[in-house]
Ligand binder design. Structure first.
Ligand code: AMP
Length: 129
């Protein structure tokens, strides 16, 4: 389901607030990391700024590049916490790229990665897996 602005707080904000269930595995002052509800890899986490001011990575890069760098830093820590030094970081930007939640987030994938993990977050990803 694609979230639209009129739906109010994003699903990630609602998880952060404890309004709906979610498994947060790491958080700092400005970024939190939760398990993706539909994992496409052995480790599939979502790295999310606590602010919902930025809809996608383009807006974030323009508006607060330091926060984007913080996301990478926290992603590295979350991967290490999951036992991985190497990982894939994916931002879907826009409906055409499969973005469904318009609160900027990165998909952090690690473990045995295959091509299915390249389409993390896309609506039809993993159909055959
Ligand atoms: P994107 O399609 O890039 O916007 O990514 C959104 C991601 O959020 C998808 O991979 C979904 O599986 C994930 N997702 C949606 N709802 C939840 C939820 N309640 N808890 C955890 N992950 C979720």
């Amino acid at each position: 389901m694609v979230e639209r602005e009129s739906t109010g707080p994003s699903v990630f904000t609602r998880i952060l607030r404890g309004e709906i269930p979610g498994e947060i595995v790491l958080q700092t002052d400005d970024v939190f990391v939760l398990k993706d509800i539909a994992p496409k890899a052995p480790v599939h986490l979502l790295v999310v700024p606590k602010t919902d001011a930025y809809r996608d990575v383009t807006e974030l890069a323009e508006g607060d590049p330091k926060l984007l760098a913080r996301m990478v830093e926290v992603a590295t820590a979350a991967a290490a916490q999951a036992g991985h030094q190497d990982f894939r970081l994916i931002f879907n930007r826009g409906l055409g790229a499969g973005q469904t939640v318009f609160h900027v987030h990165a998909h952090l994938l690690a473990g045995e990665l295959d091509e299915a993990s390249m389409t993390a977050g896309m609506a039809d990803a993993g159909r055959d897996t």
